[in-house]
Each structure stands twice: as C-alpha cells, then as structure tokens.
Design a protein around this ligand. Structure first.
Ligand code: UGA
Length: 448
C-alpha cells in the first residue's frame, strides 16, 4: 500500500503552474489545478495543452486519466488541498515595475477559502515576486481573509522555480536545487517533507532561507544568466570587428575556466522569453525604489536591446539599403523547441527591417500561429524554410531550430535571388558557406 501523499493545489495554470501540476500528479500526489480562465480550464480538462512543452501533453493526459490531476475554475476549491501553490503571473507595468494584482487576488481568494477549514494549510508562493512581497503583501492578505495567523494554523513559504521552457518537465523532476524561504520553522519543514516525498526520499541540494532571500535568489539567477548572454554578445560584437576572429573559440576557451563555466555563452541576437526582460525591469525598478540603482543590470538590458540593430546591420553590410529588399527571417520563437515568441529578438529585428522598408517573409516550425497574431498582415508567411528563402535578397536565421541546419549553402544559392545569409544564431560552419555571402554574429570578416 503506497503511503498517502499530501494533496496539492496550484493556483494559476500558466507555464509554471501547469508544468508543476502535471509533475506533482506524475509523482502520485492528488493535485488540483485552478485557473480563473474557464476556457483554459475546459481545454486542459480535455487534455489539450495551452502551449507547447515537451512531455507536457503526455503527463497531462496521464494525470487526468489517473484522476490524480483535476482542474477547476473555482478558486475557492484550492483550499481543499493541504499545500496550496500560488503560481499566477507577475507581469510588468508600463514603467517596468512588477504588477502584483494577480498574486494579491490569489492570496485573497485562498485566504477566504481557508477560513472555514480546520486543518493546517501551507501556502507556497511560486510566482516570481520582488523581495518583501510575501511577508508584507501576501501574508497580511492571507491572514486578514483567513482570519488566521501564519504560524500554528497556516504556513507560508516562498519557493521560486527555475524551469526553462523546452526542458521544464525535466527541470521540475531533476532540479539542480530547491530554494525554500520559510516564514517560520513549521512551514519550512512541511514543504521539505512534501519535496522529500516528491523526490523519493532524497532532496536535491536545498537552500533553506527566509522569504526575502528566496525572492531575491530568483531575480539574481535570471539577472546573472541575462548578464552572461549580454556579456558574450558584447564580446561577439568586438570579435566581429576583427577579421578572422571568432567569438565561438573565445567562448569555448573562457568556458573551460571553471570560474566562468561553458553554459550561457552562446552569442546571438539577444535574449528573449517571458522572464529575463520582465525580471530585469522589475529588479531595476525595485532597486530604484529602495535607493540603489543597479546600473550593471541596466546595461545588460541595453546591450540586449541593441543586439537587434547589430543583426540588421549585418544584413545591411551585405545588401546595402534594405528598402524594398525581400528579407526572409527563419525562426520567430525566442529559442528552439518552443512556440513562445514573447520578447523574442525576432520581434525587434522584424520591426527594424520593416522600418527600413524591407519586405519581410517569415517561417517558424512551431510559432506561426503566435507570429500571425502579432504581425497580422505586415509580413508574409511561408510554409517551409525553402519557401521562405525562395527569391529572397537576404536570409536572417533568428532561431536555432534543427530544421534550419539542414539547409546547405547550395540550397540558399539555388533558391535565393542573391545568396546573402546572416546567421544570428551561429548554426552554420562558416567554412561550409564560403560560396555564398555569409555573415554571422561574432564572426569577424573573412581574412582576404
Ligand atoms: C529562464 C531561465 O533560464 C530559467 O532558469 C527560469 O526559471 C526562467 O527563465 C523563468 O524565470 O521562468 P527561459 O526563459 O525558458 O528560462 O529561457 P532560457 O533558456 O534561459 O533562454 C533565455 C534567452 O536567452 C533565449 O532567448 C535564449 O536564446 C537566450 N540565450 C541563452 C542566448 O542567447 N545565449 C545563451 O547562451 C543562452
């Protein structure tokens, strides 16, 4: 007879919430996923995933079939479970600061539904929130609505997530670390117990700390990763100015130094995705509020923003004026294996291309529906990479999809009006592209 698992509920079935919910169910926890969007709930109930994520589809269907996973649009049902995760979005306001409206709303509803419950309930903040949010906002809202104090009757922890899109399920099942910011000892030990059951008795390296530190750890992690990307892009931009220099050799060499490490040193068109830009803006804005201007992080963002112009500059170095030129953009997603285009570098590049009068034709293996919703009639949509480059004056590779690697120099030469290729992701070997006009991020011009 298996030991009884605690039940968990997850409020907010966005990216983090849904991936967390299916992994809990996959490990035998009775799990309730809650979202106020009833259309989303109806789709999830039928086993339809609202976004693409490897393994999510299978785990969702399996969870629903086993009845370990249930979903509901009734927020008051969340308190049925003993552990209640808040995983709602924390978008940016216009000025970059964090919008906590959904977190506060979730805390209010969870508090109200805990009110008539006699047993202990543990509330866990998984949403990314600026330091102090859990203690100074979530806690009083919960206490006021539940008419209970955090302590003997109700627990409260911060437990940030470090899932990356494309590997979210693997990251949730085999994380490098857990971070638990506990409001009191009991909350922390209860959450550790849940994870001990989840990870089969052996916890991943676990940092036990206070809520504020846990909140800041999440921002520090994303800010550091974003800094690495802007750093290597800075080096790429320098390398590109020197004939014969290649940022890839540079990255490989510095990455061998264990103090630097090899990961997140891929030069490219700049980071995208729903997290880095939003989180950097939020922490910069928070810094200002508390009287410290994090100038380093401002620069990280600026380098990232400017990278789009570097990509377009490479196209101009091959073509001259872009006005009325047909430019194929291969890849819209912010990285491969996702249909997510939020904050993708491709959006900034396409915007610049259009401002310079280029006719843009786009192709992405997964993100076409999302691209169509954003660009509408302003660009053309191709049905394959070859159709996109057909009769184009220039092609810019914006996402490192495996499918694009299959295109050879001769395909470009045969199909394009003139074979001008900008590899903004470094997917091609320059040596294989000597027969066409080829420029790449971080690759100095050929030595004559
Ligand atoms: C990021 C973090 O990696 C996760 O740890 C974190 O949990 C998540 O944000 C979040 O806060 O939810 P994600 O946005 O899915 O995950 O994507 P990453 O794999 O980190 O890539 C971000 C961007 O940086 C992509 O556009 C990627 O192409 C770019 N990148 C990454 C580079 O340009 N070069 C690199 O070497 C690495």
């Amino acid at each position: 007879m298996p030991t009884r698992r605690l039940s968990v509920s997850i409020v907010g079935l966005g990216y983090v919430g849904l991936c967390t919910a299916v992994t809990f169910a996959s490990r035998g926890f009775p799990t309730l996923g809650v979202d106020i969007d009833s259309r989303r709930i109806k789709a999830i109930e039928k086993g339809e995933t609202p976004f693409h994520e490897p393994r999510l589809d299978r785990l969702l269907k399996r969870g629903l079939r086993s009845k370990l996973l249930r979903v509901s649009d009734d927020a008051s049902s969340a308190a049925e479970a003993e552990a209640i995760y808040i995983a709602v979005g924390t978008p940016s306001r216009r000025d970059g600061s964090i919008n906590l409206e959904y977190v506060e709303g979730a805390a209010r509803q969870i508090g109200a539904s805990i009110r008539d419950i006699h047993g202990y309930r543990l509330v866990i903040v998984k949403s990314t929130v600026i330091p102090g949010t859990t203690s100074s906002k979530v806690k009083p809202i919960l206490e006021e609505n539940a008419k209970k104090k955090v302590g003997p009757q109700m627990g409260l922890c911060v437990n940030p997530e470090f899932l990356s899109e494309g590997t979210a399920i693997r990251n949730a099942l085999y994380p490098d670390k857990l971070v638990i910011g506990a409001s009191d000892e009991q909350s922390g030990s209860r959450l550790r117990k849940i994870y001990r059951a989840f990870y089969g008795g052996k916890l991943p390296p676990t940092i036990m700390t206070n809520p504020e530190t846990a909140e800041l750890i999440k921002y520090s992690s994303n800010a550091f990763l974003a800094t690495k990307v802007s750093y290597i892009n800075t080096m790429a931009n320098l390398a590109q100015e020197v004939p014969g220099v290649d940022v890839e050799s540079l990255a490989e060499a510095i990455g061998l130094d264990p103090r630097i490490g090899p990961l997140f040193l891929r030069a490219g068109p700049g980071y995208g995705g729903s997290c880095f830009h939003k989180d950097l803006q939020a922490i910069i804005s928070y810094g200002r509020k508390v009287g410290y201007e994090p100038t380093l992080l401002r620069e990280v963002e600026q380098v990232n923003e400017q990278q789009a112009a570097r990509v377009v500059g490479l196209a101009e170095s091959l073509l001259g004026e872009l006005n009325e030129k047909r430019v194929a953009v291969l890849g819209i997603a912010f990285k491969k294996d996702t249909d997510d285009i939020r904050e993708a570098a491709s959006l900034r590049v396409i915007d610049l291309l259009r401002k310079r009068g280029a006719q843009v034709v786009v192709y992405d293996p997964m993100a076409m529906p999302n691209a169509k919703a954003v660009f509408e009639q302003s660009v053309e949509y191709a049905t394959s990479p070859k159709a996109a480059i057909n009769e184009a004056d220039c092609c810019i590779v914006m996402t490192e999809w495996d499918e694009f690697r299959k295109l050879k120099a001769k395909d470009y030469a045969q199909l394009m009006r003139s074979p001008n290729i900008v590899d903004a992701r470094r997917i091609y070997e320059a040596a294989d592209f000597e027969t066409v006009n080829f420029r790449a991020i971080g690759l100095g011009d050929r030595m004559s």
